[in-house]
Design a protein around this ligand. Structure first.
Ligand code: ADP
Ligand code: ADP
Length: 209
């Protein structure tokens, strides 16, 4: 199962990815997580991308395409993968097609802009387990609350910048996958379990058609 998850920042891609990768036994490949790990480790890549990520802009296509091609060539991705955060531009989508990657499905998680700022600014992550929480919508238990961390780019100002990048540079990839008959539009408004139910039902319909 080779699948792509598209959606604006804070739509719930990471949250929903956990159940999907379990269902299909595939790795969750989040380019945002890969870049953040490189920044934290101060690798050559991390040093190169840190300022761009902090500005809410997108990292260059050539760099991203190289990174993803290498990752999906790894043995654990041989039977499939869930790509989260890539492709994010038309050239990135074209590069994936040109590399001969055969996709099974593309999920588009749709959430209106006015709901996204609160999702993003309340987001916290447990660095020990990787679990994503939300201060209001999915609060952590008291015993772990102290160790949760917030992303540097999860501020009100930067989410506006990132949403601008999404609409200008990422939304144009949607018609490519729609025309290829791969796109499933999922309403991302509602509780995480409601959204998970919609994704499961849409995938069942898609794979049984
Ligand atoms: P993305 O990976 O698309 O940027 P996340 O999965 O990290 O988004 O979700 C962003 C924030 O919103 C997180 O704090 C998460 O706990 C919360 N969240 C995810 N899904 C929902 C939902 N359906 N309703 C309310 N909050 C949600
Ligand atoms: P979000 O939670 O907003 O969906 P991500 O964690 O996917 O964000 O990405 C965080 C940042 O990493 C982006 O704002 C961008 O700077 C960079 N990034 C991640 N994936 C890509 C990509 N495919 N192309 C360009 N930049 C990327």
């Amino acid at each position: 199962m080779r699948m792509i998850f598209i959606g604006p920042p804070g739509a719930g891609k990471g949250t929903q990815a956990t159940a999907l990768v379990q269902r299909y036994g595939i790795p969750h490949i989040s380019t945002g997580d890969m870049l953040r790990a490189a920044v934290a480790a101060k690798t050559e890549l991390g040093v190169k991308v840190e300022a761009v990520m902090n500005s809410g802009q997108l990292v260059g296509d050539d760099l991203m395409v190289g990174l993803v091609k290498e990752r999906i060539a790894a043995p654990d991705a041989a039977k499939g993968f869930l790509l989260d955060g890539f492709p994010r531009t038309v050239p990135q989508a074209k590069a994936l097609t040109d590399a001969g990657v055969q996709l099974d499905v593309v999920l588009l998680l749709e959430v209106p802009d006015d709901l996204l700022a609160s999702r993003v600014t309340g987001r916290r992550k447990d660095p020990e387990t990787g679990t994503i929480y939300h201060l209001q919508f999915d609060p952590p238990s008291a015993d772990i609350a102290h160790r949760l961390v917030q992303r540097d780019d999860d501020t009100e100002v930067k989410v506006r910048e990132r949403l601008g990048a999404y609409h200008a540079q990422t939304a144009p990839i949607v018609p490519i996958y729609e025309e290829a008959g791969l796109l499933l539009r999922i309403d991302g408004v509602g509780s995480p379990s409601e959204v998970a139910g919609r994704i499961g039902a849409a995938l069942d319909r898609h794979t049984n058609r």
